[in-house]
Ligand binder design. Structure first.
Ligand SMILES: [Zn+2]
Ligand SMILES: [Zn+2]
Length: 351
């Protein structure tokens, strides 16, 4: 079967590898349909580093994906604890918790210290034709959803989890920093929750336009304004109730803190490339901010699927580019340059 492997910085090659064996108990075999390309993938692509260590072998990227079930292991139940049939299309949560530790027992599988993760070293990802996954990580996709939207259910799950932390109330004011797919989905969810003023900031014009389309009352380009000043001016110096940081830049956490009201809530979703959280202590202290770091997601796939299937969120609108797996290197290079108009780039593998 075909597979796309990362050999080092900006070096992706298509190869063939052996097909996986039959799935064991609790597992399913998937024919991979589509794989999304994420900011964290681009970071690994840039550095050649996969996860916390330099990978010691060529590595298969891809953690946002869907596939079709071709074989079912003994006793395999899906993420809703329902039996699985061959031919079902599954969206897959890439995070595999142990289900047996303190965090898992307390209902925080997203914080499981023993978890593994498809597409993060040493667990190979989905940029290959076939793959064995845990059945419990699979969530059936209704017919209404196209293959291309499958990977975006992961992104929507991340956004839902962040929104859950935000405790947004009706008519509250919200700022979202960063309008990549996660920031845009957070914007959309916040607008659905009946917020009053909704600020979304980005430096790329097509993302700002999409944020406006998806309900931001103040969709602003950071190249044209000072985000903190813009919020303070529009809120008569009060600041917003909730600020959600969904960018990758180091100064954006500080900006988010400065645009919050006294007693406001800061939710951190973005992952800074230099692994540093830059926040002036006095700003957070004087305002008595509540700061929450959102880590992955919980059992959010069912809600993500519900929102997408009902048409409340049209994930198709974020699918801006499609490439065949044979063009993976080209796709990464294009996304890395943040070519005009890119929201989510989807790689099609097969079925
Ligand atoms: Zn991702
Ligand atoms: Zn655990």
């Amino acid at each position: 079967m075909r597979v796309a492997k990362l050999y080092g910085a900006k070096d992706i090659r298509i190869e063939t590898m052996d097909a996986p064996p039959a799935p064991q108990a609790g597992e399913v075999l998937l024919n991979i349909g589509t794989v999304g390309l994420c900011g964290s993938d681009l970071h690994m692509y840039e550095t050649g580093r996969t996860g916390y260590t330099d990978s010691v072998e060529p590595f298969v990227l891809g953690h946002e994906f869907m596939g079709v079930v071709t074989a079912v292991g003994e006793g395999a139940l899906d993420g809703n604890h329902k039996p699985i049939t061959i031919g079902q299309r599954m969206a897959v949560d890439p995070c595999v918790p142990c289900w047996r530790c303190e965090q898992c027992e307390h209902g925080h599988p997203n914080l499981c210290p023993n978890h593994s993760f498809y597409g993060l070293f040493p667990d190979h990802g989905a940029l290959r034709e076939q793959m064995i996954v845990e059945a419990r990580n699979c969530f059936p996709m209704p017919d209404e959803l196209s293959d291309e939207t499958g990977p975006l259910l992961e992104t929507l799950g991340i956004a839902i989890h962040a929104i859950d932390f935000s405790k947004i109330k009706i008519a509250s004011s919200v700022a979202v920093i960063g309008a990549g797919p996660v920031g845009l989905l957070i914007t959309k969810l916040a607008s659905m929750m009946g917020v009053s003023k909704l600020f979304t900031f980005d430096k790329l014009t097509w993302r700002v336009d999409k944020a406006h389309e998806w309900g931001a009352t103040h969709a602003l380009n950071v190249n044209d304004c000072d985000p903190v000043e813009a919020v303070m001016e529009a809120t008569n110096g009060r600041g917003v109730d909730v600020a959600i940081e969904a960018a990758f830049a180091d100064h954006t956490v500080q900006q988010a803190a400065e645009m919050l009201r006294y007693g406001g809530r800061l939710v951190l979703v973005g992952i800074p490339p230099d692994d540093q959280l830059n926040l002036k202590h006095s700003v957070a202290r004087r305002k008595g901010l509540t700061i929450i770091v959102s880590r992955r997601m919980k059992h959010t796939y069912p809600r993500a699927i519900e929102l997408a299937t009902s048409g409340k969120i049209n994930l198709e609108e974020l699918v801006s580019h499609k490439y065949d797996i044979s063009k993976t290197a080209e796709a990464y290079a294009r996304n890395f340059d943040y070519d005009k108009g890119i929201h989510k780039l989807i790689l099609t593998v097969g079925r």
